[in-house]
Each structure stands twice: as C-alpha cells, then as structure tokens.
Design a protein around this ligand. Structure first.
Ligand SMILES: [Zn+2]
Length: 319
C-alpha cells in the first residue's frame, strides 16, 4: 500500500499543463469512488448487471459486492510500473504532454482483473481501474489517460474536433437520439465510452446498390440473454456495429437497420488504419492518442500518419 511519502513524491506528478498528480487508493476509499453514480453506472442494462455479477436477478448492490472482492492493495511492483509510465510520459513524451489538461488528481485502483473481464477502464472522469497484470503496459496506461482527458470538461471542444478527424460528428443535442428500446435489456455499456447515440458517422454500404450515404451511430449489444452455460465473459456476447439513423430526426430507423463496419465502403477511409479497436470513436482515438503522444519515437510505425498529424495540429493550436 502506498504511504504518504510516496503520494507526495514528485515521481507521481505528471508534467502536463496543470501538473496532475496520481493517488493510489484501495479498500473502502476505492469502493467509495466506484459506487459514485456516473455515466457508466447510470446506463447499466439488465445484461450489464447479469454479465458482471453472474446472478439471475442482480442489483447494483450485488455488483458493488462483487467488485469489492477484486480490489487489491497496492504492492511495490505495481507502484514501480506506474512510476515508470509516468517517467516515460514526463521525459520521452514531454513535448506532447505539456499541452494536456487532466483533472488535478487522478485516482488509481488495482484489481485482480476479475472485473470487466481483465480490461483496464475509467470511472467518474478521474479514476482508472487497472488489472495488476496490465500495469506493465505504458500503451494501456496512456490509452486510459486519453479517456480521462476526453471526459475532462475543459477538453470537450477539442475532443469533438478530434472525433471529427475520424469522421464522427455530434448528433445535434436537440435531437436526443435514444438507444432502441427493443435492445435495452441487451445493451452492453463500455465504461470508457458509456454514452451512446451521441455521435454519428456518414457511411456507404460496400455493395453501394442504392448509392446512399447513411448516418450511423456505433452501438454495443449482446447477441443473446445472459446465460452462464453459454459464457460468463461478456466479450463472447458482444456485437459491435452501427445502427442506421433517420436523416432528419437522427432516431434509429424503424424497423431497426444495422450497418456493420465490414459492410461499409468508407469506414476505414475515414478512421484510418492505426488501430483494430474500432467499436467507438472514443476507442479509435484513444489508440491514436497513444501513437501521437509517443510520436517523437515511433513515427515510422504509423500506417495513417495524417491522423496523428491532425491530432497534433488540434491539440497544439488551441493551447
Ligand atoms: Zn478504452
């Protein structure tokens, strides 16, 4: 467990624009953060709860009970991994990092990985939950920092401009598009991008028979009701696709129509080839942000450098 001397140590301070510090939390303090209602918890579906608790009629309390069993005390090795990611950002990535605003404090929670099927994820806009075995990865650390950056109010205009780089536009706020009620119970909520039906991308079908451009919004849902005998890992149920919206109202067309990423002509032309993690613009950008922030050292590996260049332009011009 981190003691006061480590918490105050400047090794855990980021050299970003507003000098963000990291705090290692566990036990009750961690649970208090994780119980806070945020866009993730308030968007939970029946499937979300069942797949995370393995119970047939779970409540949020059951979910909290379940995750509380998987929070670990911070050990020296895990703290060392965090220290090394911060050092890397403060040195190799300093020329990019210095432009970024994050919350003044970011809380880190360590788990055994048995929450969210061993994925790292964000909560409340300033909490990152890391499975112990993923902490070695600087890329995952930076990927999660992007989600924190993206959720920070001061960055919301910049974030929307980054989304535009890869072809995603905000659905006008007066349209208040709704997730289709028919799929409500099967909705899968991604803690890193918990809000759905907020952005759309213009896509054409690959067969292009009707030459039409469709407004499409990314969604995640389960292929079937939760059944322990089928699988307890929600990734085995996951359908990541887009739903077609009406051109005028931005509501899902009735009956529902989906356009999968592989059946489009121009999805990859817009989002580039820098990542395979394409389920939401937030994830596409998080992976591109990793490449951008590391761009002093790995430019030659970037397949679609234009996207990294544009991220750089947008983040540097405004500050
Ligand atoms: Zn993510």
């Amino acid at each position: 467990m981190a003691n006061d001397s480590t918490l105050n140590n400047e090794e855990f301070q980021l050299k970003n624009l507003n000098s963000t510090s990291f705090e290692f939390i566990s036990g009750e303090e961690a649970m208090e953060k994780l119980k806070n209602m945020d866009d993730f918890l308030s968007n939970f579906s029946q499937f979300d709860l069942k797949s995370r608790t393995n119970l047939s009629s779970p409540t949020l309390e059951d979910y909290f009970q379940d995750i509380s069993q998987h929070i670990l005390l911070w050990d020296d090795q895990s703290i060392t991994s965090v220290r090394s990611s911060i050092k890397y950002l403060n040195t190799t990535c300093f020329n990019q990092l210095k432009y970024l605003i994050f919350p003044s404090k970011i809380f880190l929670i360590l788990t055994d990985g048995k929450i969210e099927n061993n994925a790292a994820y964000c909560r409340n806009g300033n909490v990152v939950v890391f499975p112990k075995e993923l902490l070695y990865s600087k890329d995952i650390f930076i990927h999660e920092l992007f989600h924190i950056w993206s959720k920070t109010k001061e960055n919301s205009i910049l974030r929307d401009r980054l989304y535009e780089i890869i072809g995603f536009h905000q659905i006008p706020s007066d349209k208040s598009s709704r997730f289709p009620p028919l799929l409500n119970d099967l909705k899968i909520t991604n803690p890193d991008a918990p809000l759905v039906m907020k952005y759309y991308i213009n896509l054409r079908k690959s067969d292009d028979s009707d030459k039409k451009v469709y407004k499409c919004s990314p969604i995640l849902y389960s292929c079937r009701s939760f059944d322990q005998k089928f699988s307890t890992n929600f990734f085995d149920y996951l359908i990541a696709t887009t739903i077609i919206l009406d051109d005028e109202t931005f509501q899902p067309v009735e009956p529902l129509q989906f356009l999968s990423y592989e059946n489009t002509k121009d999805f990859y032309k817009q989002i580039g080839q820098n990542t395979h993690y394409i389920i939401h613009p937030e994830e596409i950008l998080a992976d591109n942000f990793v490449l951008w922030i590391k761009s002093t050292e790995n430019q030659q590996q970037i397949i679609t450098p234009e996207i990294i260049y544009q991220i750089n332009q947008i983040i540097l011009n405004v500050n």
